[in-house]
Write a protein that binds this ligand. Structure first.
Ligand SMILES: C[S@@+](CC[C@H](N)C(=O)[O-])C[C@H]1O[C@@H](n2cnc3c(N)ncnc32)[C@H](O)[C@@H]1O
Length: 409
C-alpha cells in the first residue's frame, strides 16, 4: 500500500491525505492522550530525516504505516517524558522551561506543545534549518547546535534537558564532551534525560569494545559526517563513569528500554532534584499476527504482547471496535520466538487470541486492542477490519514479525 505522491505536501507529509483508516488510527491514538489533533498533525517537513530517512524506510516506504508509527513513537516518548515531569516536578504546570536537544524537526515538540506553552520550550539541533522550521511552525525558541560542543552558545538553564537518540550515535570523545555541555544547560532543580543503545543491540557478531563504547560509521543521516554521528553501543559502566565525571558528581538512574522501543533512558539529577523514587516504565507493546476467517463468519485474531519494564506485567488485552469495548483477549502462554527481538527482556512475551462475530466487526471498522499493565501505562494496537494485517507488527526492530504474519486465511 503506497500512497506516496498522494500524501505529500510540497514534498513533506500531509496527515490529512493519509488513507482514512490510518487517519482514524492516528486520531484515536491522539484522542486517548487528550491531544489536539489539528495542532499535533501539522505537515511533516520535507527535510525531516527522522521521518523520511528512518521511519519510512523501516516500514518499506508505506507512508500510512510510517505516519502512524511516527505518531505512536511520539506518544510513547511522551509517556516517558510525562513520568519524569510528574514525578520530579509534580506536573507540566510547574515547569519553567524545557529544552529538547537534537530535536530534529520536532517530533517531541508536537507533544510538548500540548502541555507546555510555546514560550517555555527551547529546541536545538545541528540542522539549523530544522530548528528554524520549528520556530516558524510551532513558535518555540530555537538555537542551532554544531559539530563540536564548544561551538554552541546557549546562556540559559532548563528544568528538563531532553536528548532523545543523540548519544546513541556519538563516538566516545563526543559522548563525554556533549554530556558535559548539556549538563551545563540543566538548572539546579532540573534533570538531564538522554537515551543510548546498550550493548545487547550490537550488530551480530560484534562485541563491545573494552572501553565500554563501540562506534560504527553508519547512520540514518544523509549528511552528518561519520566522525561525529554514527551508531554507538555502550555498557552501563561506560555511561555511569561518564556521568561521574560531571561537575558535582550528580546522581542518576538508568531505565532499561525506557525510551523508544529499544533505547535505555538515563536521567541525571541536578543538585536540588530528587530522583530517588523516580520510576520510568516502558509503554507495553504488541502486534496482531493473524486474522483467520472462520466458516461461521467469525474472525479469530491472535498476536503477541510484551511488558518490558522490570517488575511490571500485562494484566489484560481489551478489545474495542469503533471505540466501543467488546471483550477481552485470552492469554495464550509465553512466546519465546517474540523474545528474540527483545534481547535481555525483563519479562516474557505472551500470546493472546480472541474472536469477533461478523456483526460486531463489520468490514471497515476500526479495531483497537488496549494492552493494560500494572505500570499504569497502556499500549495500543490498531487495525482495520477485515484486513487486520494492516498493522501486524510493532516497531522498527520487529520487522521479522511481519514476515511471520499470515494475514487472512
Ligand atoms: C535519531 S535523530 C533523533 C531526533 C529527535 N530527538 C527525535 O527523537 O525525533 C538524532 C538527531 O540528532 C541530531 N544531531 C546530531 N548531531 C548533533 C549535534 N552535534 N548537535 C545537535 N543535534 C545533533 C540530528 O540532526 C538528529 O536530528
Amino acid at each position: 500500500m503506497k500512497f506516496w505522491g498522494r500524501t505529500q505536501s510540497g514534498g513533506g507529509l500531509d496527515f490529512d491525505r493519509l488513507d482514512p483508516a490510518f487517519r482514524g488510527f492516528i486520531d484515536a491514538q491522539l484522542a486517548l492522550y487528550g491531544f489536539d489533533r489539528k495542532a499535533f498533525c501539522r505537515p511533516i517537513a520535507p527535510a525531516d530525516e527522522m521521518f523520511f530517512k528512518a521511519i519510512l524506510p523501516n516500514y518499506e516506504h508505506d507512508t500510512n504505516i510510517a505516519a502512524f508509527k511516527y505518531v505512536e513513537s511520539t506518544v510513547r516518548t511522551f509517556d516517558a517524558y510525562d513520568q519524569v515531569v510528574r514525578q520530579v516536578f509534580g506536573g507540566f504546570g510547574r515547569l519553567e522551561s524545557v529544552l529538547d536537544f537534537a530535536s530534529g524537526y520536532g517530533r517531541l515538540t508536537r507533544a510538548l506543545l500540548q502541555k507546555v506553552p510555546k514560550e517555555r520550550i527551547w529546541v536545538s539541533d545541528i540542522y539549523a534549518e530544522a530548528v528554524a522550521w520549528q520556530a516558524r511552525t510551532f513558535g518555540v525558541h530555537a538555537f542551532p547546535s554544531a559539530a563540536a560542543p564548544d561551538l554552541v552558545q546557549h546562556a540559559r538553564t532548563h528544568d528538563v534537558v531532553w536528548v532523545g537518540s543523540m548519544f546513541s550515535h556519538l563516538p566516545a570523545d563526543l559522548f563525554h564532551a556533549w554530556l558535559g555541555k548539556l549538563w551545563s544547560f540543566v538548572g539546579p532543580r532540573g534533570v538531564l534525560a538522554f537515551s543510548v543503545h546498550d550493548e545487547t543491540l550490537l550488530p551480530e557478531r560484534e562485541s563491545i569494545d573494552p572501553s565500554g563504547l563501540s562506534y560504527f560509521r553508519f547512520s540514518e543521516s544523509g549528511s552528518l559526517d561519520h566522525d561525529i554521528y554514527g551508531m554507538s553501543y555502550v555498557t552501563q559502566g561506560f555511561v555511569g563513569e561518564a556521568i561521574s565525571r560531571l561537575p558535582g558528581t550528580p546522581r542518576h538512574k538508568r531505565f532499561f528500554k525506557g525510551l523508544y522501543e529499544n533505547q535505555d533512558l538515563y536521567v541525571v539529577a541536578g543538585p536540588e532534584a530528587d530522583i530517588s523514587a523516580l520510576r520510568v516504565a516502558s509503554t507495553p507493546m504488541g502486534g496482531i499476527e493473524r486474522a483467520a476467517h472462520l466458516t461461521n463468519g467469525d474472525v479469530e485474531f491472535s498476536g503477541w504482547a510484551i511488558e518490558r519494564t522490570p517488575g511490571e506485567q500485562i494484566t489484560g488485552v481489551r478489545v474495542h471496535v469503533d471505540g466501543a469495548a467488546v471483550g477481552v483477549a485470552t492469554p495464550e502462554g509465553e512466546r519465546p520466538d517474540v523474545l528474540q527481538h527483545f534481547p535481555r527482556s525483563a519479562n516474557p512475551a505472551t500470546g493472546w487470541r480472541f474472536r469477533l462475530s461478523h456483526a460486531l466487526a463489520p468490514a471497515g471498522a476500526q479495531l483497537r486492542l488496549e494492552l493494560d499493565s500494572t505500570s499504569g501505562l497502556k499500549g495500543q494496537i490498531f487495525a482495520r477490519m477485515p484486513d487486520a494485517a494492516a498493522l501486524t507488527y510493532s516497531g522498527w526492530s520487529r520487522r521479522a514479525l511481519k514476515d511471520q504474519a499470515t494475514g487472512l486465511s
